[in-house]
Write a protein of this length. Sequence first.
Length: 226
Amino acid sequence: MRSEIERRILAGELEPGQKLNEVVLANLMGVSRGTVREAIRSLADSGLIVLVANRGAFVHRLTVDDIRNLYDLRGAIFAMGCAAVARWMARDSTRDEALIAALQKNLEDMRKAYDRDDRPAYYDLNIAFHDMILAGAQNPKAKGAYDGLVKEMHLFRRRGLSVSMNIAQSINEHAAIVAAITAGDPGAARDAATHHVESGLARFLKTLSDGAVAEERPETDIARSS
């Protein structure tokens, strides 16, 4: 039950600021109200919901300052992860050949998703891209912290990828990260990762001011090499 409520929040079916109605959720899921209540309480430490005394549980609505802080933390961990994977490559380029191949395949799949304007597919591929790198860094504690941050960021992060030009820029940044990792250059990998996360924040903040109006996308705005 906890996982289903979490899924609905992360998928945007339950929106930020929305009150979690125990009766409605119980009827939708065919379970008791008590079961829903316990599931909601168990999510209280996840960052996805807020419990308000005498009012109930609400999907967490993040402030702009909250979002900046999450990006800062995520950027620091992701940059460290990219540098770590590049260091492994520099020591033994054969050990991470499977990871490089998987990242290259992910890049191609992201380009295909962009070409057919499949933004939900791109979003999932984007999540997988970062997850592969953090797993490849071989730092379980960093991976655990990163996963927690990303889960909370699902509450708003789709919006930053709601404009076609933003997706094109994001893919180019991913390609730069893969190139630095493949070259075994930790400094370049760290810089490319930092630039990517900082640019992601800038793209998200821009959607707040322009309403994420759909843009006409140029046909040659994605780098085809990595």
